[in-house]
Design a protein around this ligand. Structure first.
Ligand code: HPA
Ligand code: ZN
Length: 339
């Protein structure tokens, strides 16, 4: 199959995105526009200068710039515009559903109210559904470099909004901040009826993935690349059918893999892991959902059938209800049969 045929096929394939930090979809152009709207001076003179700063050696390099960029988000309209811009890109890529992360502590620590953040994102999500037909859910992430106490405070702030939050996750600097640090707050979130996900095995060791599944009882693992270093762990993830939300271009930009041909996606699929493709922080890592599908396909020889498996995994691993999952899976199958 030629590249253009595969591209057309991948674009039309109905897909869900399960690992995308909304603050990581802030494009430099919007960053400048919001800085101007809010009277904030950025330490960059141009969009080009911002893009040139996006060269990272590891996760922390990226996080330092990412938290700085989020500083232009102040009002409810800012969060709405951020979300809408992402959903437009997703729809153009053939994405039909997204479960987006947001980091309330990044904003509440700067004096932006929890309500401002969540209300703005929900505005954007509602408009995206109305205008683009894209459905979405919200996942609140705790910043793991902060304390358990701060995570509990954030969960408390979320309480009035629980009907609008699908789950909680764990992001930011992984090494030194294992899932066990947040076992109690995750238990409290679970008792409130929330789903649980956690970044594990991006830079952290396989032990963090074990903790996430055995101690925290996660519903999905975000990344999970380093699980492959541990055969017993790999077998356990296969046996449990645990969804991994893998982010190939992020792995490349954060030097988790030296180049995309070394990406473990081919191996993950061959092992029977429930891997999915996602963009993580698309404005910073050089590609949205479709770019991640296509560049990975090219680098590790994914076929059309592999892309169908990945799209199916994205709906099976989603937090949609069973009827909605079945509807989306039938759409994938009908598309695959008809193309
Ligand atoms: N890893 C951990 N934390 C993050 C990331 C990531 O890729 N993106 C935004 N916060
Ligand atoms: Zn992430």
């Amino acid at each position: 199959m030629t590249d253009t045929t595969l591209e057309a096929f991948a674009r039309g394939l109905p897909k869900a995105e399960l690992h995308m930090h909304i603050e990581g979809s802030l494009e430099p152009e919007l960053m400048f526009a919001l800085a101007e709207r809010n009277g904030i001076t950025l330490p960059y003179k141009s969009v080009e200068e911002i893009r040139a700063a996006y060269a990272f050696s590891n996760l922390q390099d990226f996080l330092d710039i990412y938290y700085q960029g989020a500083g232009v988000l102040i009002t409810r309209a800012d969060f709405r515009d951020l979300a809408l811009a992402y959903f437009e890109r997703l729809a153009a890529d053939g994405g039909v559903h997204a479960e987006i992360f947001f980091d309330p502590q990044t904003h509440t620590e700067r004096g932006v109210a929890f309500e401002t953040v969540i209300d703005g994102l929900l505005d954007g999500m509602a408009q995206a559904e109305e205008r683009l037909g894209v459905t979405s859910k919200l996942i609140l992430c705790f910043l793991r470099h902060l304390s358990e106490e701060s995570a509990f405070e954030t969960l408390e702030q979320a309480r009035p909004h629980l009907a609008k939050i699908a789950g909680v996750g764990l992001d930011s600097s992984e090494v030194g901040h294992p899932p066990a640090k947040f076992a109690r707050v995750f238990k409290a979130a679970r008792d409130l009826g929330l789903k649980i996900v956690a970044h594990a095995g991006e830079e952290g060791p396989p032990e963090y993935v074990w903790e996430a599944i055995d101690l925290v009882g996660v519903d999905r693992i975000d990344h999970g690349n380093r699980a492959l270093e541990d055969e017993a762990l790999t077998q356990r993830l296969v046996k449990d059918g645990t969804t991994l939300t893998v982010c190939p271009l992020s792995n490349l930009k954060l030097c988790v893999v030296p180049d995309l041909t070394a990406h473990p996606m081919r191996r993950m699929l061959d092992l029977g892991l429930k891997a999915t493709v996602n963009s993580d922080d698309p404005a910073y890592f050089g590609g949205y959902l479709l770019d991640n599908y296509l560049e990975t396909a090219k680098a590790v020889d994914l076929t059309r059938d592999d892309l169908v498996v990945l799209a199916r995994n994205s709906f099976e691993g989603s937090f949609l209800d069973e009827a909605e999952k079945a509807r989306r899976l039938a759409q994938v199958d009908a598309y695959a049969a008809g193309s």
